[in-house]
Write a protein of this length. Structure first.
Length: 316
């Protein structure tokens, strides 16, 4: 019972920034309503997704088989079952509220939040993070002559979603009319992930992805502001939210996706899919690394920070 109580407490703590985020969103809606008289669109969602096979075919084929996406209990792990027992989570990806607004400059703003409250009797209590679970039977390479290599198998993972904000920014990219940028900001955890890398004979057990503040050397509020804020002395509301989510235990990811040119002086690519990484900040830990059937030890990556990273993706 002590473990379940700690788990429930951790869930409540992880949910804390939702209240601030919800208040900011309500304020934004009110301000927008005063100007335009509109309140936007809200979608309430619960779902469970099953995909028999996803394939990408060039000459050969990359295939992902037996995909399941839902709530925490989609995972077969004991930790997911304990979380479900403590919180009532199930196999559905549920309690999602999706708010969609179109701002005066044409930007589309999509905010995903949780409808579930830590105290259902108190409408002002903190929302509970959205639990998710994912499994995949295998990820394979297949040749036309019957060749087959299993890259990854027995993928099983679950975690919590603390924030998902998506903005379609209508500002032109590099002065090209009719272009725009997809901005994605997410805060999440992977509470447990297990998988086998078949062709290398490696197994990963108990992998977690959490905030930089979840263990090891903690950056603290000043260190987080130095990463997320353009001006640490005067952070914006969005930057303060990222700091609060990191302090609450979530890994942070910020991406910009758009159409642009290739990278480097010798690249002739145009119209490439460009992905710019604003900030990725997380801790990664692996409880067991299995090689040849034996656990050879743990792996820890503390304060992984990826920034100033650009990718250009195009066909050849």
């Amino acid at each position: 019972m002590k473990g379940l109580k700690k788990l429930a407490l951790a869930t409540a703590v992880a949910a804390a920034p939702f209240a601030a985020q919800a208040e900011l969103q309500a304020m934004d809606d009110s301000m927008m309503g005063n100007v335009t008289g509109q309140a936007g669109v809200t979608i309430e969602l619960e779902t469970q997704v099953s995909i028999g096979q996803f394939t990408y075919t060039d000459e050969g084929t990359f295939a992902v088989k037996d995909i399941e996406l839902g709530g925490a209990l989609t995972s077969g792990s004991a930790s997911a079952a304990a979380y479900a027992s403590a919180t009532g989570a199930g196999t559905l990806l549920d309690e999602l509220r999706i708010d969609i607004d179109v701002e005066d400059d044409g930007d589309a703003v999509i905010h995903v939040s949780s409808q579930q409250l830590s105290d259902p009797a108190d409408p002002n209590s903190d929302p509970v993070p959205i639990d998710w679970g994912f499994t995949a039977g295998s990820m394979e390479l297949e040749g036309n002559g019957g060749e087959n290599t299993v890259l990854v198998s027995n993928m099983d993972a679950w975690g919590l979603l603390g924030q998902l904000d998506i903005r379609v920014d209508t500002d032109d990219v590099n002065g090209q009319a009719g272009t725009g940028t997809l901005n994605i900001d997410a805060a999440f955890t992977v509470n447990e992930m297990n998988f086998d890398v078949e062709f290398l004979g490696i197994g990963v057990r108990g992998m977690t992805i959490n905030s930089s503040e979840a263990g090891g050397v903690e950056l603290g509020q000043d260190g987080l502001l130095a990463i997320f804020a353009e001006d640490a002395a005067a952070p914006t509301a969005e930057e303060q939210t990222k700091v609060a989510l990191a302090q609450a235990g979530f890994a942070i990811v910020g991406l910009d996706i758009y159409k642009g040119d290739g990278l480097g002086t010798n690249s002739a690519a145009t119209g490439a899919l460009r992905i710019d990484v604003d900030d990725v900040l997380m801790d990664i830990n692996v409880a067991e690394t299995v090689i040849g059937g034996a656990n050879i030890g743990t792996i820890g990556i503390d304060n992984l920070h990826i920034s100033n990273t650009k990718l250009a993706v195009y066909g050849h």
